[in-house]
Design a protein. Structure first.
Length: 214
């Protein structure tokens, strides 16, 4: 059996909120596993549309969340052919940034929830773009990136890591591992533990933005 790989054009969905002409902050937001862009962005509707321009690209891989019908979610990648998916995601986000954010003034904020965190960090390792602010929400930094490269690139970037105290995926072992990564990566990292589970709470989001981004 011989494996062949074919590069094709594919249409994707990119959701947006806010005013691109007035915004003081432009956001690139990556959803978590099993989410769709239009629902993922709902907590951000609470932000002032004139101050924030928000872009949320949707992952390539859509699937039924339960069985063969009903609700649909999207994913950035699986373990199957992961290196190809990583490369495709990096090219995808480069195009999204160029198409939607490169001409927008304002500080760049990168937000990632859950599975989106690994995709975001891998992209930041490979792209020329350096955000002013990174907000990782209930996600993990991947172990397969070049941390010396990231450390140099993000030395002037404010990094915020938020996780719920009842998050079922944030085990004690995982929290310790993330703390070790942060110690090696940057001294400019704020770790926030909020009351809640593995989800985005609009009120907590607003509180973090007001106290750590503005």
């Amino acid at each position: 059996m011989e494996l062949n790989k074919l590069t094709i054009q594919k249409s994707t969905r990119v959701y947006q909120l806010g005013n691109s002409e007035k915004a003081a902050y432009k956001w690139l937001c990556l959803h978590g596993y099993g989410q769709l862009g239009q629902y993922f962005l709902q907590p951000f509707e609470i932000l002032n549309a004139d101050d924030h321009f928000i872009i949320a690209p949707e992952g390539f891989h859509r699937f039924y969340l339960n069985g063969t019908n009903g609700r649909v979610g999207a994913s950035w990648m699986t373990k199957e052919d992961r290196l190809t998916d990583i490369e495709d995601n990096i090219n995808y986000l480069n195009q999204v940034e160029q198409e939607y954010l490169s001409q927008v003034k304002g500080k760049l904020v990168c937000f990632a929830f859950s599975q989106g965190a690994a995709t975001l960090i891998r992209w930041l390792e490979m792209t020329k773009i350096t955000p002013e602010i990174i907000l990782i929400w209930a996600g993990s930094f991947p172990e397969d990136v070049e941390y010396p490269v990231l450390k140099e690139k993000l030395k002037n970037t404010k990094i915020i890591y938020a996780v719920g105290n009842e998050d079922e995926y944030a085990t004690l072992e995982n929290r310790k591992k993330q703390s070790q990564f942060f110690d090696n990566l940057s001294s400019n990292i704020t770790q926030i533990n909020f009351t809640g589970k593995h989800k985005i709470y609009p009120e907590t989001l607003i509180d973090i933005i007001k106290n750590h981004i503005f």
